[in-house]
Design a protein around this ligand. Structure first.
Ligand code: VG1
Ligand code: CO
Length: 540
């Protein structure tokens, strides 16, 4: 076997976004594109010699090919070992756990998360650091800088490694260790949650449906829910990961997991429903006849986490992304915990978790997680809810009703305008940003602006700063709107409008409760004029 040094030149647009580099699959398949980025990554890490990495992905189209290229490149750089999930599969939280548990130098995760997969859809690659979390800004900036000055990459000329069986291989001196992708993660979950109580819940006749959306959580959920916890066979649906996720968006929300949603709202609904995304880090929680908004789910978990053995000593503090509703802040205030608001994207939670400032984190985008790994964790959230239901012996609707009575309620929704003209979206943001300082006191439809800002964040641990993280507008009476552009799309721009309104009445229809905020945003930002859209594509 021989190492070849290929001349290459910088490839434009290899800048990692909110969670790694995400592009059309065909872009990744262009000659040298993947190789370029991987070499830039290894260069940014000051080489791979003697290092150990974790490697795996969500099984989407090109996952298998990319894994073989990365193995040959790691071997060519002199890496000591790569731990790969069998079939080159690993969910994002399971990868995070392996990176930590095996004390590695980091991991490479192949996924475009909730984006659709296939030759004509999306692919992605992200690097997680030894703490198990997404690389911080300083590293992604260094990777990007490397992509802009790269002149060659090194790769081993070798045949494919058989990743379909558990065992070890030698690749020109580098150990390729193929592991069961589920085992370590399942063992961790068993430590953290009261499996006996959850088994008792299922024995009592409690029923749920878990929609794996033809993505990576299928094998994890089937093993943990059906085999370890005794849920009936068939509890997990769409359980076999497919390269194109069955042709759907593996995004667990009421739009893309519509059948599950309708099942839970229907006459024959089970007590509980849940879904996870392409790479297994997101979750949607449903009860019979009720949808739990991710922001409420975070707050309920904060208030009840002590019921799980892993957090029986209580939480140290909590963090949410800035656009996430302030429901969790209410719990933190009541319990005397510190509450942090960070920019969107899990990487900002890493230093808060590492320093022990917080134990629980969440985002409005169906992401919840804790200090057991450094990624959001879809199945973890589902097990946390099961643990809570097993101990409280209440329905999801009752748990929520009790929660709102105790802490109050923030009505919340996100409106997404997808695939809009990038220039139009940028112009909309620029125009609003330019007026922010003058907005206080402005009457916007039925509401009056009390303050507005361009959200910036300084990490309290390492002092790193992030600016331009979304336009946040407060209204008199406590309502709030946030406008920001997505960093994970691969086509045009996606405008996200986040709407929140605290309200004493607990049983309003959320869409109606938020109507004044929608009208206020319409009065402040000319969405139709800038984007040509009169209604959002996805409402969550
Ligand atoms: C979206 C969500 C954000 C999340 C990110 C990655 O980013 O809004 O909250 O962290 O996806 O999620 P954006 O920039 O498109 O709004 V996923 O499941 O990649 O890991
Ligand atoms: Co994801």
């Amino acid at each position: 076997m021989r190492v070849t040094t290929h001349p290459t030149r910088p490839i434009a647009g290899q800048k990692p976004g909110t969670s790694g580099l995400r592009k059309k699959t065909r872009v990744f398949m262009e000659p040298h594109y993947l190789e370029n980025f991987v070499q830039a990554l290894f260069n940014a890490l000051h080489g791979a010699e003697g290092k150990t990495f974790v490697l795996g992905g969500d099984g989407r189209y090109f996952n298998d090919r990319a894994a073989q290229v990365i193995l040959r490149m790691a071997a060519a750089q002199g890496a000591e070992r790569v731990i790969v999930g069998q079939g080159a599969l690993l969910s994002t939280p399971a990868a995070s756990h392996l990176i930590r548990a095996r004390r590695t130098d980091g991991g490479i995760i192949l996924s475009a998360s909730h984006n659709p997969g296939g030759a004509d859809e999306d692919f992605g690659i992200k690097f997680n650091t030894p703490n198990g979390g997404p690389a911080a800004e300083a590293i992604t900036t260094a990777i990007h800088a490397e992509t802009e000055r790269l002149s060659e990459y090194r790769i081993l000329e070798a045949h494919d490694i058989d990743l379909s069986h558990i065992g070890t291989h030698d690749l020109a001196g580098m150990v390729v260790e193929v592991v069961d992708p589920v085992a370590d993660y399942a063992a961790l979950m068993e430590e953290l949650f009261d499996f006996d109580a959850i088994r008792g819940l299922f024995r009592s006749g409690f029923r749920m449906k878990f929609d794996a959306m033809h993505a990576i959580t299928g094998p994890y959920a089937a093993h943990i829910l059906e085999h370890m916890l005794g849920a009936p066979m068939g509890t997990v649906v769409n359980a076999t990961p497919q390269p194109d996720f069955g042709g759907h968006h593996p995004d667990p929300n009421p739009t893309h997991a519509r059948l599950l949603y309708e099942h839970l709202m229907g006459d024959h609904a089970p007590e509980f429903g849940a879904a996870s995304d392409g790479d297994g880090d997101r979750n949607m929680i449903l009860g019979r006849g009720i949808y739990v908004s991710p922001s409420d789910s975070l707050a309920v978990i904060a208030a009840n986490a002590h019921l799980a053995p892993g957090w029986s000593g209580g939480l140290r503090g909590v963090a949410r992304s800035m656009p996430t509703s302030r429901a969790v802040d209410r719990v933190a205030a009541a319990r005397g915990w510190d509450a942090y608001a960070t920019p969107t994207g899990w990487k900002f939670f890493g230093s808060l978790l590492d320093s022990g400032r917080v134990s629980l984190c969440g985002e409005e985008s169906f992401g919840t997680g804790a200090d057991h790994v450094r990624e959001k964790d879809g199945l973890w959230a589902v097990l946390m809810w099961l643990n809570i239901l097993a101990h409280r012996r209440q329905s999801v609707a009752e748990v929520l009703a009790d929660h709102w009575r105790e802490y109050g309620r923030d009505y919340y929704s996100r409106h997404d305008y997808e695939g809009v003209d990038a220039a139009g979206a940028a112009a909309l943001m620029d125009a609003l940003r330019g007026r922010l300082d003058a907005l206080a006191g402005t009457v916007a439809g039925p509401l009056t602006v009390s303050g507005a800002r361009d959200f910036a964040y300084t990490d309290p641990v390492d002092g790193a700063t992030a600016t331009g993280q979304g336009l946040e507008i407060d209204f008199e009476g406590g309502a709030r709107a946030v406008l920001r552009l997505s960093g994970t799309g691969t086509e045009g721009a996606t405008l996200r409008v986040y709407l929140e309104r605290p309200e004493a009445a607990l049983d309003l229809d959320p869409a109606r409760a938020l109507e004044p905020v929608v009208q206020a945003v319409a009065a402040l930002a000319d969405i139709a004029g800038h984007t040509g859209r009169t209604a959002p594509d996805v409402v969550t």
